[in-house]
Design a protein around this ligand. Structure first.
Ligand code: 5RP
Length: 227
């Protein structure tokens, strides 16, 4: 069992009968979703789920989970998802899978946010390993870039890997700019400034959820909670 699987399985133990559960996207969240499905089958639990992405919906349906669309959900008790970076202050960078807009909707709405990562995701400072993914309207692809550059960012259009020519297209039909910032910017100011740029649909800085977040870290010896 690897660290991602270990932490995914641990997270599934935290789901209680009757909950509405937000499902994250990515390889760590996949372990959680599969284990949740197993528990629901074996323990005959009544759980409703809300998906953060198309990929996650496909998996959830294949696993036989009961899915509410986001516009049907009246509450989300627990949202479980991975992250690309976690700072000591529990700030996150998300969106390697280009799903951060759907993911942030669930992070904002949930009562509790369980972030599941391995040790490799823990960073001293945000931006240490990953750029900030910014989802933009396709029509804004050129006009939005000067505004991002004025904030100190270096935007690069994310291209699709083999199988599709051209850019990655998000679940919402938008494009992704991966934006590198100089070391130690004022992340909180950047969060707000990016939100205010016309053409930006959303971005992968998750800074406002620390209070309701628990960070579970999988490691070779087990799973620990980030203090
Ligand atoms: C997708 C995400 C993922 O949660 C993040 O990339 C972590 O993925 P993985 O668990 O595969 O390392 O933000 O948009």
């Amino acid at each position: 069992m690897d660290d991602k699987q270990r932490v995914g399985l641990e997270a599934a133990k935290q789901v209680k009968d009757g909950m509405v559960v937000g499902l994250g996207t990515g390889s760590t969240a996949t372990h959680f979703i599969r284990e949740l499905a197993r528990r629901i089958r074996d323990e005959k639990l009544s759980i409703q789920c809300v998906s953060s992405s198309f990929a996650c919906s496909l998996l959830a349906r294949a696993e036989g989970l009961t899915l509410l669309s986001a516009d049907q959900a009246e509450r989300i008790d627990l949202y479980v998802d991975g992250a690309d970076e976690v700072s000591p202050e529990k700030g996150l960078i998300k969106g390697r899978g280009a799903a951060m807009v759907g993911e942030k909707l669930l992070a904002e709405a949930c009562a509790s946010f369980l972030v599941i990562v391995d040790e490799g995701k823990l960073v001293k400072r945000l931006g240490a390993k990953f750029p900030v993914p910014v989802e933009i309207m396709p029509a804004a692809v050129r006009l939005v870039q000067p505004g991002i550059i004025a904030l100190g960012g270096k935007p690069v259009l994310r291209l699709a890997p083999g199988g599709k020519d051209g850019p990655v297209v998000s679940d919402n039909g938008n494009l992704i700019l991966d934006v590198t910032f100089p070391a130690d910017p004022d992340w909180s100011a950047l969060d707000s400034a990016l939100n205010c740029l016309p053409g930006v649909v959303g971005h992968g800085l998750f800074l406002r959820y620390a209070k309701k977040s628990t960070i579970l870290v999988g490691h070779p010896g087990g799973v620990r909670v980030l203090p």
